[in-house]
Design a protein around this ligand. Structure first.
Ligand SMILES: C[S@@+](CC[C@H](N)C(=O)[O-])C[C@H]1O[C@@H](n2cnc3c(N)ncnc32)[C@H](O)[C@@H]1O
Length: 221
């Protein structure tokens, strides 16, 4: 499926402190509160795209902080600009590789939630290892969630969904078991009332096309 172009809005907007690159991130991460006006429990989304989830979640849960990580600079910029336009002080966007951020920066048991919505499916078998939900990242998710913290995973690709459930099962059977339970099913949302009444842009497109969405949650044991 192709993607809609990003409208070239927000020209001249100052994105300082809202759009960050890897080298600008707090290191050590224990100083991550400096990204926000107030220190709050932290949720991270990897693969934020144009940032609809960040817009929604920063409004729905003002008692939490949010970092969205998006590798495509133009989408990251668009998402950050929308957070500024909406006046959100509890969300920032990182333009960069989310796998690297988890691997190199995020400390153990520090996150309230990790969100992965409609990750790129990399259909061809020889490209599968590029998938975000791979063994190394899932291990990082298990390591970085606090006990009771939740991994949220939604996709429109049944094969990716089932393969990920299998991979999580395999990782639970390792000598150091992946400390995630689930999958806990997530109920189908109520019909949308307007064009932004969706969790993400890809969720909107999938539901508007009448196609199924596979949703699940995994809780850190
Ligand atoms: C199919 S889009 C889904 C976007 C959004 N989550 C949604 O549901 O509308 C997947 C996004 O993940 C981003 N992405 C892929 N690999 C990434 C990585 N390693 N780190 C951060 N973003 C990544 C892609 O650039 C793309 O914007």
């Amino acid at each position: 499926m192709g993607r809609r172009a990003v409208r070239n809005i927000h020209q001249g907007l100052d994105l300082t402190g809202k759009l960050l690159e890897f080298d600008e991130l707090p290191n050590p991460w224990e100083n991550a509160a400096s990204l926000f006006d107030v220190d709050r429990p932290l949720e991270i989304e990897i693969g934020s795209g144009k940032g609809l989830f960040l817009r929604q979640a920063t409004s729905w849960r003002p008692e939490h902080n949010f970092v969205g990580i998006e590798i495509a600079y133009k989408y990251a910029r668009y998402a950050a600009a929308n957070l500024i336009r909406d006046g959100r002080t509890n969300g920032v966007v990182v333009a960069g590789d989310g796998l690297r951020v988890f691997r190199e920066l995020i400390p153990d048991a520090s996150l309230e939630a990790v969100h992965v919505y409609f990750p790129d499916p990399w259909w061809k078998a020889r490209h599968r290892r590029r998938r975000v939900l791979n063994e190394a990242f899932l291990t990082d998710v298990g390591r970085t969630l606090r006990p009771g913290g939740v991994l949220h995973f939604w996709t429109d690709v049944q094969e990716y969904y089932l393969t990920t459930l299998e991979l999580i099962d395999e990782l639970r059977a390792q000598p150091t078991p992946l400390p995630l339970d689930g999958p806990h099913p997530v109920p189908e949302p109520a019909p949308s009332e307007h064009d932004l009444d969706y969790l993400t842009h890809f969720e909107r497109r999938t539901r508007q096309n009448g196609e199924p969405v596979y949703r699940s949650e995994f809780k850190k044991i």
